[in-house]
Design a protein. Structure first.
Length: 143
C-alpha cells in the first residue's frame, strides 16, 4: 500500500510539473490562457526539484539496462505487475524528458519571455545529464 501511495504522489507531481510547463510555454507563444503568475512559477520550481530528484534517485539505483523501480516488485511478481511497472516507469520518464526538453528549448529560444521556464529548462538539462551518468554508471576517468 505504501508503494502505491508513493506512486500516486509521484504521478500527481509529474502531472503538475508537465501542466505548468505547458502553461508557461503557451504564455511564451502568446496563446490566450490564464496568466502564468508568480505562484505558478514557484510551484514549477518546487515540482521540478521533486520530480527530478525522484528520477535521478531511481536511475542511480537501477542497474544499466534494468527497468527503473524494478526493486519495488517482489521476486514472484506476475507478468501483469511487470508490464504495469514497465509502462508507468517508461511513461514517467518520457513525460519528464519531453517536458524538460521542451522547457530547455523554449528557454534557449525565448530566454526573457518566461524566466521560470528558462530556469526550469536549464536545471532540467543539468539533472538530465547527471541522471544519464547515474543510470549508465559512467564515472570521470581516473576513478
Amino acid at each position: 500500500m505504501k508503494t502505491v501511495a508513493g506512486g500516486v504522489i509521484a504521478i500527481v507531481l509529474l502531472g503538475i510539473y508537465a501542466w505548468l510547463i505547458v502553461m508557461a510555454a503557451l504564455a511564451v507563444f502568446g496563446v490566450p490562457v490564464p496568466t502564468f503568475n508568480p505562484a505558478m512559477a514557484r510551484v514549477l520550481s518546487v515540482t521540478t526539484g521533486l520530480v527530478s530528484a525522484l528520477v535521478i534517485a531511481e536511475l542511480s539505483i537501477a542497474r544499466a539496462g534494468e527497468m527503473p523501480a524494478a526493486r519495488l516488485l517482489s521476486p514472484h511478481a506476475g507478468a501483469r505487475a511487470i508490464h504495469w511497472l514497465r509502462t508507468v516507469s517508461t511513461l514517467y520518464l518520457l513525460i519528464w524528458l519531453v517536458a524538460g526538453l521542451g522547457a530547455f528549448m523554449i528557454g534557449l529560444l525565448h530566454p526573457h519571455a518566461q524566466p521560470a521556464l528558462t530556469s526550469t529548462g536549464q536545471a532540467w538539462f543539468g539533472i538530465a545529464v547527471a541522471a544519464a551518468y547515474a543510470y549508465l554508471g559512467l564515472q570521470p576517468s581516473g576513478q
